[in-house]
Design a protein around this ligand. Structure first.
Ligand code: FMN
Length: 178
């Protein structure tokens, strides 16, 4: 078992990587360095008891991957490799990047795909986040009126990001103890 928090992200244009690295930096020695999910094998991924996973939304509300036009594999290709694996006892927190203006009808939808995959493996997903302060028409990533993870918009609200991350991590502090 890896006692450190594992931080894995998918990205095309690098924004989600920058956020993942910022989160890793804020967690200090409690977390391993943030890694692109296309560079990890399922066993290494599953060795963490606590995971923070980040994804942008691409396509029509989809995870990044080859079918949404990325040049490299990403979450779309990694998640099927976890199918049938047991994540009971693991705690997972999610963050998602999107564009609430241009894609306001499918804002951060990919968060829900990650959420469903984690729950299907038996993981406990923590870190739901309120919709206050965002302006979008619809999102598949809502459960009981809250995002299933931290929603970030580096296109329209970059100035709000760091405070959102700080508040989210503070709210999660107990859950992330590994
Ligand atoms: C072709 C394309 C499709 C997108 N689709 C969505 C979408 O459905 N929902 C959303 O919230 N954002 C969407 N976005 C916005 C991206 O998620 C956003 O730009 C994100 O910051 C990209 O992250 P990355 O730099 O890590 O790849 C889309 C962007 C592009 C270029």
């Amino acid at each position: 078992m890896n006692p450190k928090i594992g931080i894995y992200f998918g990205t095309d244009t690098g924004r989600t990587r920058r956020i993942a690295k910022l989160i890793a930096q804020k967690l200090g020695d409690r977390a391993d360095a943030a890694l692109n999910v296309n560079r990890v094998d399922p066993d290494t991924f599953l060795a963490h008891r606590v995971l923070i996973l980040g994804a942008p939304t691409y396509g029509a509300g989809e995870l990044p991957g080859l079918s949404t036009g990325l040049a490299q594999e990403s979450w779309e290709e990694f998640l099927p490799r976890l199918r049938g694996r047991d994540m009971k006892g693991k705690t997972v927190a999610l963050f998602g990047l999107g564009d609430q203006d241009k894609y306001g009808g499918e804002f951060v939808d990919a968060l829900m795909i990650l959420y469903d995959a984690m729950v299907a493996c038996g993981a406990r997903v923590v870190g739901a986040w309120p919709t206050d302060g965002y302006s979008f028409k619809a999102s598949q990533a809502l459960l009981d009126g809250r995002f299933v993870g931290l929603a970030l918009d580096q296109i329209n609200q970059p100035a709000l990001t760091e405070a959102r991350i700080d508040a989210w991590l503070q709210h999660l502090a107990h859950e992330l103890e590994s």
